[in-house]
Design a protein around this ligand. Structure first.
Ligand code: SF4
Length: 64
């Protein structure tokens, strides 16, 4: 799985960081960082939850 974030759409709401703190982090600069762009299966559910909950649809998940 590959996580792709459209940073033009991201508004740093942080819902993804709550759904998957292992994968997403908002730092002191106010920007979102993807901590792991190619997570294993054990994090797939959390990645999907983050993508669904993102209010701007900025997160896309692709199968490798
Ligand atoms: S939930 Fe969406 S808009 Fe909010 S920080 Fe995450 S990617 Fe950005």
């Amino acid at each position: 799985m590959r996580i792709i974030v459209d940073f033009d759409l991201c508004q740093s709401h942080g819902l993804c960081t709550e759904a998957a703190p292992e994968l997403f982090q908002i730092r002191d600069d106010g920007f979102l960082y993807v901590l792991n762009e190619t997570p294993g299966k054990e994090l797939a559910g959390k990645a999907q939850k983050a993508a669904i909950e993102c209010p701007t649809g900025a997160i896309t998940l692709k199968d490798d």
